[in-house]
Design a protein around this ligand. Sequence first.
Ligand SMILES: Nc1ncnc2c1ncn2[C@@H]1O[C@H](COP(=O)(O)OP(=O)(O)OP(=O)(O)O)[C@@H](O)[C@H]1O
Ligand SMILES: [Mg+2]
Length: 504
Amino acid sequence: MSKIIGIDLGTTNSCAAIVEENGQVKLIPYKGGEFIIPSIFAIDDKGNELIGHEAKRQWQLNPRNTVYAAKRLIGRSFHTDVVGQMKKSVAYEMKAGERNDVVLDVAHKNFRLSEISAKILNKIRSVAQDYLGEKVTRAVVTVPAYFTDRQRQAVKDAGKMIQLEVVRIINEPTAAALAYGIGKNLHETTVIYDLGGGTFDVSIIEIRDRVFEVKATGGDIFLGGLDFDQAMINYVIEDFNKKHSIDLSGDPVAMQRIKDLAERVKIDLSSREQAPFSVPFVTMTPQGQPLNIDFVFTRKLLEDLTLPLVNRTVDILMRVMNDAGLDPKNVDELLLVGGQTRMPVVQKRLQEIFAKPPSKGVHPDEAVAIGAAVYAHSLEDNSNLKLQLLDVIPMAIGLEKAGGEFHTVFPRNAAIPNAKAIEATTSYDGQTEVAMRIFQGDHAHVSHNELLGDFLFSGLKAGPAGKARLEITFDVNIEGILTMSARDLETGKQMKTTVRVTQH
Ligand SMILES: Nc1ncnc2c1ncn2[C@@H]1O[C@H](COP(=O)(O)OP(=O)(O)OP(=O)(O)O)[C@@H](O)[C@H]1O
Ligand SMILES: [Mg+2]
């Protein structure tokens, strides 16, 4: 059997790793150099598809047909706040797909989100094949702990499209804990604070040598470095408007230049107190006179603008600590993962909370891919590495009751794999089908939660209302993916389960 690689499919950057014959884990380099592949897909004006570095190199000039941060949209319903928010911050076009998902229009061609992920996965795979000199057909792929069932499913589908078997989906913070803890014979409670480009995750993981047990998890898949950039961009746009009465937000090329620079200045400000923010000839006055953006951005200003974002991460962290019944002083180790954790104020806040500095034992950009590779290795047939990952679901899973009330079947932080059965009956005479809408989220009303699917169970023996008894089983596998089945308890027969088009 061929090797299984580990893939960190990031919002902004992706990375792959593998355990080599000698047992060493290696990040897979791209053309002998960088380990990171930008998660960007573009189509240029000649119709060529570009992925990764090639796509990033041209994105300033081609913002309309350059897709980035697509991971934020995967497995999402089109008519949700997050999608509306995204539309405002990106230059590429989004529309509603047939399954109420999001479809992207790139150079007048439609792409589903799983297709975009498939393109990126395929690029990573081909880089890995070049490096290994053999075909790669299997991978362990990481996702944010806070991903719903639907988002996980979409990543699996992306693999299928390119004949890459996603043998296991694992959570990013769990992978990072694995990279940190493997082979050290640890017995400790760790907090993994993962603030990447697009998503924030926090997991509390008890490590007992080779057992990694998640006690609680939480996050926000709309909270990451991109939002820090956006806070800067908003400031720059407003400031420019005040000075020149010109709104730059309608000019995609100007916006792309500002966005690019915002990220670079933000990164600079992690190691210095101030940095120039200058975009020459960003636009012209109605009289045709060129205008520049030119001022000095200070670390203090960045910290002020992004304080609400840092506060949100701290609130989530505290909720998760509370869910786990854990006091900061009982945390043995704090692991920082994700590029945005390099921001000094983030480290300072956490140091205050935990009264100790974060661990130096993990690399914030590499830990997730390394953990995925270690886990991939443990799944290989000839492996003698035995690992146990005990994970949880990040949000409750349940069904819609009358009036849109949410009935919880699995509470958040329920251990996976997990199965539960509920009993149901018919509400009218002769009924042979039962429909059920399943949601995931922590809100008491389904309209605030994500619809996972509309299930139809058919083949029930007809009878008077309320007489039939059927048992509906919810099965959440080790990857956090739900399957449903139903049985007619009168006849003992398995019923047919159909997932209908997902609509809100
Ligand atoms: N030195 C730095 N200071 C501040 N931010 C940084 C620094 N280096 C990188 N970043 C930010 O980190 C983010 C990328 O982090 P990372 O590569 O971990 O994300 P990702 O894995 O692509 O995303 P996610 O895990 O959310 O899907 C970017 O927003 C980038 O601007
Ligand atoms: Mg990441």
